[in-house]
Design a binder for this molecule. Structure first.
Ligand SMILES: Cc1cc2nc3c(=O)[nH]c(=O)nc-3n(C[C@H](O)[C@H](O)[C@H](O)COP(=O)(O)OP(=O)(O)OC[C@H]3O[C@@H](n4cnc5c(N)ncnc54)[C@H](O)[C@@H]3O)c2cc1C
Length: 251
């Protein structure tokens, strides 16, 4: 088995002999950054946005249309008008943009996760990635999270939890995981484009329409950077980096 270990994981777990002897080698990452509760971080972003004067409207969008120079976003209960609109619909962006005549080659890499207790006093201090089998164990506020690699299937295909079950079997031979903590595995979809880079920037044929999607495996990490770059572009300022690799018209 080939593994990546964060430095503290290696020091703590190997000292206590909690990692299996089946591990014959590892890459030792010295300074990984992690988030123990991603949902709480996103909630904090939302709160910060509201406190800065932003309005958050949670609703199912039925349609988006351009009427003269304005954009209309229609939900079941109201129509919101704006000079500019950002389509940041992750895995759903591609199908929405078809209605406006854009055909991006979007696809998804689906994935699952499950939280576990630890057996007895076993503690996972930092993350461990099994690159050979393709899963990651990470200590989160909700428990030890096992996250799977990529499952190639349609966005709307039913969940197939075999991948998680297979990874769990191997993971249990590596670290003393306890019982499952979630009733059902969480299922998500990584929004991808063939060059594995996002689209960030103006829509080629619609003034006032901006695109930010396709962040693949790194959207949680890259979201704030994308927001920053999008703000620079929409304000007509020089951008912090060259945006050419992310242009919509590369497809
Ligand atoms: C198993 C797994 C593990 C991952 N691990 C990491 C990681 O460790 N680090 C990392 O950086 N990234 C990770 N990712 C990737 C990350 O989750 C995505 O890249 C990111 O969520 C994409 O963000 P987004 O805002 O573009 O799309 P999303 O987060 O999918 O948001 C799109 C939003 O659009 C909304 N929406 C869609 N249609 C409508 C509609 N009609 N009306 C209103 N709302 C609508 C959806 O409800 C959703 O909230 C992982 C993904 C998976 C599946």
């Amino acid at each position: 088995m080939a593994f990546s270990l964060s430095n503290w994981t290696e020091r703590h777990l190997q000292r206590k002999s909690l990692l299996s002897d089946a591990i014959i080698g590892a890459i030792h990452w010295l300074d990984p950054w992690t988030v123990a509760d991603p949902g709480a971080l996103v909630a904090a972003y939302a709160q910060s946005f509201s406190e800065s004067g932003g309005r958050i409207l949670q609703a199912d969008i039925k349609s988006v249309q351009q009427v003269r120079d304005r954009w209309q976003v229609n939900t079941a209960s109201e129509t919101v008008e704006a000079d500019e609109v950002v389509v940041a619909l992750g895995p759903w962006a591609g199908s929405w943009l078809k209605e406006l005549g854009y055909h991006f080659p979007t696809f998804v890499k689906r994935g699952y996760h499950m939280h576990y207790a630890s057996q007895a006093s076993a503690k996972l201090n930092f993350w461990v990635m099994d690159a050979e089998v393709g899963y990651l164990l990470a200590p989160m506020n909700a428990g030890i999270r096992l996250t799977t690699g990529a499952e190639l299937d349609r966005l709307d295909a039913p969940a197939d939890v075999n991948q998680l079950g297979a990874a769990e079997k191997v993971a249990r031979s590596v670290f003393p995981l306890g019982e499952r903590r979630d009733e059902v595995p969480w299922k998500g979809a990584r929004p991808c484009l063939p060059d594995m880079k996002p689209v960030i920037g103006p829509a080629p044929r619609h003034p006032g329409l901006w695109l930010a999607f396709g962040h693949g495996h790194q959207g949680f990490t890259l979201g704030p950077a994308t927001g920053h770059l999008m703000a620079e572009m929409m304000e007509g300022q020089p951008t912090s980096i060259d945006m050419a690799p992310f242009r919509a018209d590369r497809f």
